[in-house]
Design a binder for this molecule. Sequence first.
Ligand code: ASP
Length: 338
Amino acid sequence: MSKRVYILYTGGTIGMQRSEAGYVPTPGLADLIAQKMPLHLSANMPQYVLEELDTLIDSTNATPRDWWTIADRIRQQYHHYDGFIILHGTDTLAYTASALSFMLQGLRKPVIVTGSQIPLCELRNDAQDNLITALLLACQYPINEVCLYFNGRLLRGNRAKKIKASGFDAFDSPNYPWLGQVGIHIEIHQGALAAPSPKAEAFEFPEYGQPRILPLRVFPGIDTSFLKHVLKQPWDGLLLESYGVGNAPDRDPAFLDTLARAIDNGTVVVNLSQCLYGRVEPGSYATGAALMRTGVVNGYDLTLEAAFTKLHHLCALGLDPAMIGSRMEQPLCGELTR
Ligand code: ASP
């Protein structure tokens, strides 16, 4: 029997049309696909159903609530289809792919998130190829995780980053090998793929509200008064993007004391590297070691997107800060390597 794939169109360039103000998300993508892509003529194509969210968005407007809604659609349809495709804007696609991975833990079917840099309505576009390949990946390959497919690259969703504003090769996963590469042939790198979960799916759907998580990039001259000002807000989490292997200034003890006090008061502070490649290695420099002594959590090689969505997820579960900190340091679904 032919495989069945569920496609959810959430908005994004892939289905946008021109307006006076620039490209805007536009309903009716199923009709446009039927007009431009005679998928039914190919025996390799699965049967598919395409649904659109009631409110299509430019993914710039996405919130954690949208991640939840998308994951919930997959949960509702999970037993009716063999694979899932999420059509999404590229701007926050890596956040959504990461968030889906934390909600859909133990997944035993492919979930492929994709989009495009040029809309399908244009004659020359990358939408058609991204969608066709995503359909093949969603129905023919033993994928058990949330992936991002874009321009010939199959990436782990919670390792992916948008690295180019306007190239077709807009995504990469700097700290994890590609899961597959698509040229004339589709090559899947079995060794990099997540193994199927031995247990039943362990989906987690806590209520996703407004995040109280702040990414804060360390910069030359960052000082105690600035940090104190920032920490006046009751943040659940601070993603401290430090230099290199996890270093932050240690010349002013009050700076580190301020961080330590915020941690004592329940803010989970995660040490992430600003570098695209590499990881936090806290023992390498005295500056990094001093930062770790404040009680910050080691973010290892997490992307900012994975760290943000993971922290949001753990906070939504209602865990206490110590438990959140310890889970941040453990891989939940392949998002970090210790
Ligand atoms: N602003 C668009 C979006 O994220 C960009 C894109 O889809 O490429 O929805």
